[in-house]
Design a protein around this ligand. Structure first.
Ligand SMILES: C[S@@+](CC[C@H](N)C(=O)[O-])C[C@H]1O[C@@H](n2cnc3c(N)ncnc32)[C@H](O)[C@@H]1O
Length: 424
């Protein structure tokens, strides 16, 4: 086998996606994984293009000048390549500030905002606990040549790293991992409730995922499809399984297929940040929870609003939202947000909270929200690049960003959450 080609890198910043960015001696931009700003290292070239290079650190020994922010990852699985915690080599005390810089960089580069504007807009919020915070994890069955255990994917690869523990998983699910046997390629999602200690499990087979145009199918354990064993009999299995979670003193039903934030602490931090971003919610007559999921915001921070409309595409989440909003004035619409319009004759919307998935609102989502002419829009975003794009698109509809709060809901990873207030 050829010796992999290496390059000397000395990046000066971290960018969206978690890589560090710098320039090579030949002037090309290099994106490098595993190296921190201010460090010098020998990195293995993974992708050599005319205009840029992608590289990665093969071993911490290849760092020739280390940053004072570098630490030794506490998890042996991370050292073995597990992609779940790609930032474990960065001291947790500096992860939020690094994420703030990434958000600023995206708003400048992609959002085309002035440096001074960005400096005034963006501020650091809070972080969840650095370990044991994830109440949902997705594991994959190991290839048969490796065994019947479970693993997490390597970064940017289909390779699975075997694991028997996870330091960022909530202890209720972390303790289950060791006893699990999972068929090769099967993806198992475990979720726990901090409020009740209950656990749900659902899983999908690789062939179901491959079938074109078809959604993931959950294996019916009762039909004898023994894809997973070792789960305690108290674990609720399948798509109909649900948990009760408690956020901001409100009980919420969360079905296994529905989205839930990284944990309860994350959900609480978000609820607080949305409240700060839109104090108007306290006197709103009509609030819109766009991409509303199980109704996290509608049931908590939008409680004082006289009426809430929730728009969400997932059937399971809509059913949860129906249960979570029982007893209050609400409308739930199961729809693609881009195709939704406020019915004629409806009272105007005072405040929108929109929390889309990673691709963001994009043009159709922005169009649908802007058509309501709501004076205040809070955008909860889990991707700094789509936040920057949406900021530009919203500006075309007269919405100006007033404040961006950056939260760390996924310590040990590059993932970053922002809560942005827009007004028109
Ligand atoms: C990041 S989650 C937020 C859910 C909720 N706000 C929460 O905090 O739990 C995004 C939600 O948008 C839903 N979704 C994704 N694409 C959508 C679309 N095009 N239209 C409506 N909802 C969509 C997903 O099913 C998911 O529930």
């Amino acid at each position: 086998m050829d010796t992999p080609r290496t390059v000397t890198v000395s990046p000066d910043r971290l960018v969206a996606g978690g890589e560090a960015m710098g320039r090579l001696d030949d002037g090309r931009v290099v994106f490098v994984r595993g190296v921190l700003p201010g460090e010098e290292a020998e990195a293995v070239v993974r992708n050599d293009r005319k205009d840029f290079v992608r590289a990665e650190l093969a071993s911490p020994d290849d760092v020739t000048e280390a940053s004072p922010q570098r630490v030794v990852p506490t998890c042996p699985h991370r050292v073995a390549g597990c992609g779940g915690c790609g930032w474990m080599h960065l001291d947790t005390r500096h992860q939020l500030e690094a994420k703030v810089e990434i958000v600023k960089e995206s708003l400048r580069r992609v959002g085309k905002l002035d440096v001074e504007v960005v400096e005034q807009l963006v501020e650091a919020g809070a972080s969840v606990e650095p370990y044991g915070y994830r109440t949902t994890i997705r594991l994959t069955g190991l290839p048969s040549k490796v065994g019947r255990g479970v693993g997490f994917r390597e970064e940017r690869s289909d390779e699975i790293v075997p694991i028997d523990h996870c330091q960022v998983a909530h202890e209720n699910i972390a303790r289950l991992i060791r006893n699990l046997t999972v068929a090769p390629g099967v993806e198992l999602t475990l979720r726990t409730s901090e409020a009740t200690g209950g656990v749900t499990a659902r899983w999908t087979k690789p062939e179901d995922r491959r079938r074109r145009g078809e959604k993931r199918r959950t294996i019916d354990a009762k039909k004898g499809e023994q894809a997973v064993s070792g789960l305690h009999s108290s674990v609720h299995i399948g798509d109909r399984a649900f948990l009760t979670e408690r956020v901001a003193d409100v009980n919420l039903r969360v079905s296994a297929p529905s989205f839930f934030q990284s944990g309860v602490q994350a959900a609480e931090l978000l609820v607080d940040a949305v409240e700060r971003a839109a104090p108007e919610l306290g006197r709103a007559k009509h609030a819109l929870d766009a991409y509303g999921g199980i109704g996290l915001f509608a049931a908590t921070v939008m409680r004082p609003a006289r009426h809430v409309t929730l728009v969400e595409s997932s059937r399971s989440a809509c059913l949860d939202a129906e249960a979570n909003l029982e007893g209050r004035s609400h409308t739930i619409v199961r729809s693609d947000m881009a195709k939704w319009a406020l019915p004629e004759g409806s009272p105007p919307i005072d405040v929108i909270v929109a929390d889309p998935a990673r691709p963001g609102l994009a043009k159709p989502g922005v169009g649908a929200l802007a058509a309501t002419e709501a004076p205040v829009l809070v955008l909860v975003s889990c991707d700094p690049v789509s936040l920057a794009r949406d900021t530009q698109l919203l500006a075309e509809h007269g919405y100006t960003a007033e404040r961006v709060e950056v939260l760390d809901l996924f310590p040990q990873t590059h993932h970053v959450e922002t809560v942005t207030r827009f007004v028109r």
